[in-house]
Design a protein around this ligand. Sequence first.
Ligand SMILES: C[S@@+](CC[C@H](N)C(=O)[O-])C[C@H]1O[C@@H](n2cnc3c(N)ncnc32)[C@H](O)[C@@H]1O
Length: 285
Amino acid sequence: MKAINPFVRQRDFNRASRPNFAAFAPHRARVLHLLETLAATTPTPNSLCILGAGNCNDLDLPRLTALWSRLRLIDIDLEAMRSGLTHQLGASVPPHLELTTCDLTGALEHLHELIHTPTSAALARLRHALLQTPAPTQIPERFSAVASTCILSQLTDLIRHALGPASPHLDPLAGLARLQHLRTLAELTAPGGHLLLLADFVSSDTLPALRHAAEEELPALMNQALSQGNHFIGMNPWHIHQDLTQPPLANLWAAPPSLSTPWRWNLGPRTYLVTAIQCRKRQRI
Ligand SMILES: C[S@@+](CC[C@H](N)C(=O)[O-])C[C@H]1O[C@@H](n2cnc3c(N)ncnc32)[C@H](O)[C@@H]1O
């Protein structure tokens, strides 16, 4: 199958999953609970930034706009965010909710180039782009909490899509994209603020037992999948945790990052296993 323009591919994914608001309900409740807990430990006025808001199907916008004094949603797909707002808030979008369109990788044009012209110069341009953090440059404010809602798997998948699954460059570049995303989260977080990364790391396509396992069996299923290398490219939660505890990020945290017990995100034809990785930035670095 011919690879297609990375932005068009993301937009088409978002259009296809837009009608799934009802199916997202249990996952949305999990995400809300995590964000409610963060809001409860954050002095007001507080601010929340969400990366990968897309259709907002995993975000309870009425509740989040009530909990946070400022709320900024970021995604590459403005159409998806606008339709999410209309769906949940109608015409009454509060002024403290703002949208930002941003390619968090700054690399989509290079991925597009690689699809058509896979040269070493194009690879070098991609690598260079992944060493930058465009969002904190574009957005001057820093937030009491920054949450990444199942977007990292999309970012690493963009690289797999452009390079192909057999490329020897895939693993290192997916690792670079993961580190770029963690740096973006860290840079957008104010001193003393919270970082929350929701990682969907494997699906029922390669872990069919996920569909019918009991809730209490999910941690064992997670360990089994990870020990067999059964996860999306660059999405082993232990590797994400490791990136957070190594330079250049290691010294930023008030306490070691934590990993939640996993839960299921059911999307009809596919079920995903998701975990939350959390840490809090030191007041003084
Ligand atoms: C799986 S969706 C997250 C779920 C979404 N919050 C929802 O409720 O529909 C991943 C999101 O990442 C966004 N995305 C993918 N690549 C991106 C990039 N390079 N920069 C910013 N956003 C990107 C997609 O547009 C999509 O909305």
